[in-house]
Design a protein around this ligand. Structure first.
Ligand SMILES: [Fe+2]
Length: 300
């Protein structure tokens, strides 16, 4: 019988697709308990065939998830309003599209992302052991974890391999802040870490957020990939009350490029500080072959 983990009492805005809630508090960096520390709950989850994770932040990048799915249990994270869930159901067609994208990542060596604003970022994605995430929004096999709704493929590039600059444009998104970028931001990246954030108000806010943690690990880049869910809309943060959303829709928009910061269990980097940043109108290439062209997925 499915076990539904009770959400915590807090109604704080959800953190991104990784680890814990990271909504700003008076100190701008504290986190709240989300249920993963409750040993009895976790022990019970291990006895179930199918676990629905309804914690605020999701047990995504924690060892709790690994322990549950490692025992062959299916696990589905659910955190969006009902109408979003209904509208963004996955499908076999979506699954096939996500798996093709994952194969492209698996076979690649260099991921390069550009946009018309001057972005030019590269990362090493070589190797058979490259960690790749395939999400299509449902769990149809033992040991599988997914997040409903979803539709994207992503990888964790070789740690400290990302180089170049990211240029955010108005309309790109900042999650879990659940809002759009307001002005252009230039983010310099060296050896996998953000070294400078330049621009106007949003650059000031991003610098302030990262500095508040007083932890060099929060400046690291984490997973990178692109969205493939045709129904997902960029306008969701304005159409809905954004604080009612977890942000899955923006993460999955077809043809986005989404990168992230901080948490990376494959680099032994577990910090509650984690932003997911879906970007529009990017071109994503793997070894010189476009998989996303100016914001549209390239299917072959
Ligand atoms: Fe994430």
């Amino acid at each position: 019988m499915p076990l539904r983990l009770p959400p915590p009492a807090s109604s704080a805005p959800a953190h991104s697709c990784c680890t814990r809630p990271a909504s700003p508090t008076p100190t701008c960096r504290r986190t709240r308990a989300d249920g993963r520390e409750v040993a009895a709950l976790l022990a019970a989850a291990g006895e179930c065939d199918f676990v629905v994770d309804a914690t605020v932040g999701g047990l995504i990048h924690s060892d709790v998830r690994t322990r549950i799915t490692g025992n062959g249990k299916r696990m589905l994270f659910v955190a969006e309003p009902n109408d979003v869930l209904e509208r963004l159901m996955g499908s076999g067609e979506l699954r096939a599209s996500v798996e093709r994208a994952g194969s492209k990542l698996r076979g690649g060596s260099i991921l390069r992302v550009t946009n018309a604003a001057g972005m030019d970022l590269t990362a090493d994605i070589s190797g058979e052991d490259l960690p790749i995430t395939h999400q299509w929004g449902y769990v149809d096999e033992p040991g599988r974890w997914d997040h409903w709704p979803s539709g994207f493929a992503a990888c964790f590039p070789r740690d400290r391999s990302a180089e170049g600059q990211i240029v955010l444009q108005p309309g790109d998104a900042l999650i879990p802040w659940q809002r759009y970028v307001r002005d252009e931001v230039t983010i310099s990246v060296s050896k996998g870490f953000i070294t400078e954030i330049a621009g106007g108000a949003d650059a000031h806010v991003l610098n302030d957020y990262f500095e508040s943690w007083e932890d060099p690990e929060v400046w690291a880049l984490s997973h990178m990939g692109w969205g493939l869910l045709p129904q997902a809309r960029w306008s969701a943060f304005d159409v809905y009350d954004p604080r009612s959303l977890y942000g899955r829709e923006l993460r999955s928009t077809a043809g986005n490029f989404m990168w992230s910061t901080g948490s990376n269990r494959f680099a032994d980097r577990e910090t509650p500080a984690h932003l997911d940043v879906p970007m529009r109108s990017c071109t994503v290439e793997i070894d010189g072959v476009a998989v996303v062209s100016n914001g549209s997925p390239v299917e072959v």
